[in-house]
Design a protein around this ligand. Structure first.
Ligand SMILES: Cc1cc2nc3c(=O)[nH]c(=O)nc-3n(C[C@H](O)[C@H](O)[C@H](O)COP(=O)(O)O)c2cc1C
Length: 376
């Protein structure tokens, strides 16, 4: 069957193949943030479709970190029961589940302003002061930072109690950990800002808190933004150092992605119009460099569309696992069809209309009409 369908170990977790569903917010949680039956059906389809490891969409670890009303939460014990039903459904189909632990930081500004509050971020920011972010936020106090760190640990413990196989800390894209790591958004002058070591402190303290919550053997992964999507933000050189230090500290796997977003989708984690082979695997070079420097498993994400290319990525040693998001929105059974020997490329054309859709508050689906689908 080839390397794609060989098992792989991340700490104590064994996946049956090298395919990961990269974390995907789906707007399908019950009001209040509970896992819904609709989500259980969605994850069951992915697991039946032979995805080895499903990373959930974002689960907020505290209420300030929540970005959308139809998002999953894990900041109280009463979320455990519905999450357990999700893990059981995934396990029944022979797949594994990791819960993505999330804090939006400044990106929660719309929700927080509607509640009459300021969103929290590393530094104070007025509306319109930042070229890449349209909201405003307030610098977190030391106590607030400590509370978030503790919340990550408690949330991880709940995920474990619900039977999840791993957790993934969201340290990428536009959200809290990326905001702290980027010199563009972190202007603090205390222990949490300024030097690279200080900007990375939150990632390390969150690891320690999560580890305390789940014990030594449980897989703790991070999706790490290793460079921002625009000049003047986090540079790759620092992103690589961050990956090395976090792997040395104990994170069990690193999914390599982008930090802060730039102006449009071409400077974001979900790049548009990936239709030619040369456009695929757009974070491959970052991933290759991370892989060269760390000993823990590395997960590649971003524009993976052809089975042939993915085989080549693994055999050249540029990654250990391959994560897909948009292709599995369009075709949850894509991996199963490859496992059955079909050679076709993913039908997703990376139009990002799924991303536009969830931003309206709707539930996730592929909105590309069958007639538009590229399925060479
Ligand atoms: C609809 C949608 C929802 C997403 N939700 C999340 C999320 O909850 N957490 C996360 O880390 N990334 C999220 N992403 C980013 C993806 O996980 C992935 O990094 C990105 O789409 C690139 O992979 P792809 O080319 O396979 O789509 C989302 C992307 C899309 C399109």
């Amino acid at each position: 069957m080839g390397i794609l369908f060989t098992p792989f170990r991340i700490g104590g977790l064994t996946t049956k193949n090298r395919f990961v569903r990269s974390a995907t917010y789906d707007g399908g949680a019950e009001p209040g943030g509970f896992v819904s039956e609709w989500q259980i059906d969605l994850y069951t389809a992915l697991a039946r479709g032979e995805v080895g490891l499903i990373v959930s969409g974002i689960f907020n670890v505290d209420s300030e970190g929540k970005i959308s009303p139809s998002q999953n939460s894990i900041h109280r014990d009463h979320y455990i029961e519905a999450l357990s039903r999700l893990t059981q459904a995934v396990h029944k189909q022979g797949s594994k589940l990791a819960v993505q632990l999330f804090h939006a930081g400044r990106e929660a500004f719309r929700r927080q302003e509607a509640l009459g509050r300021h969103a929290l971020g590393p530094s104070d920011l007025e509306h319109g002061q930042d070229p890449y972010f349209e909201g405003a936020c307030r610098a977190m106090t030391d106590e607030e930072i400590e509370a978030v760190i503790e919340a990550f640990g408690k949330a991880a413990a709940r995920a474990k109690r619900a039977g999840a196989d791993a957790v993934q800390v969201h340290g990428a894209h536009a959200y809290l950990l990326s905001q702290f790591l980027s010199p563009q958004s972190n202007k603090r002058k205390d222990n949490w800002g300024g030097s690279f070591e200080n900007r990375l402190r939150l990632h390390k303290r969150i690891y320690e808190s999560v580890r305390k919550g789940v014990g030594q053997k449980y897989p703790v992964m991070i999706k790490l933004g290793v460079a921002d999507g625009f000049a003047g933000g986090l540079e790759l050189e620092e992103g690589l150092q961050a990956a090395v230090q976090l792997a040395d500290l104990g994170y069990d796997a690193i999914e390599v992605s982008q930090g802060l977003r730039g102006h449009d989708y071409t400077e974001a984690e979900c790049r548009p119009k990936i239709v030619r082979r040369v456009d695929e695997a757009y974070f491959r070079e970052w991933c290759r460099q991370v892989k060269e420097k760390v000993k823990v498993p590395v997960i590649m994400v971003g524009g993976l569309r052809s089975r042939y290319l993915m085989e080549e990525v693994l055999s050249t040693g540029h990654a250990d696992l391959l994560a897909l998001c948009r292709p599995l929105i369009r075709e949850p059974d894509l991996i199963a069809s490859w496992s059955a020997g079909k050679e076709r490329r993913a039908g997703c054309v990376s139009c990002n209309r799924c991303f536009d859709l969830i931003r309206t508050g709707a539930r996730l689906k592929c909105v590309l009409g069958e007639k538009d689908g590229a399925n060479p």
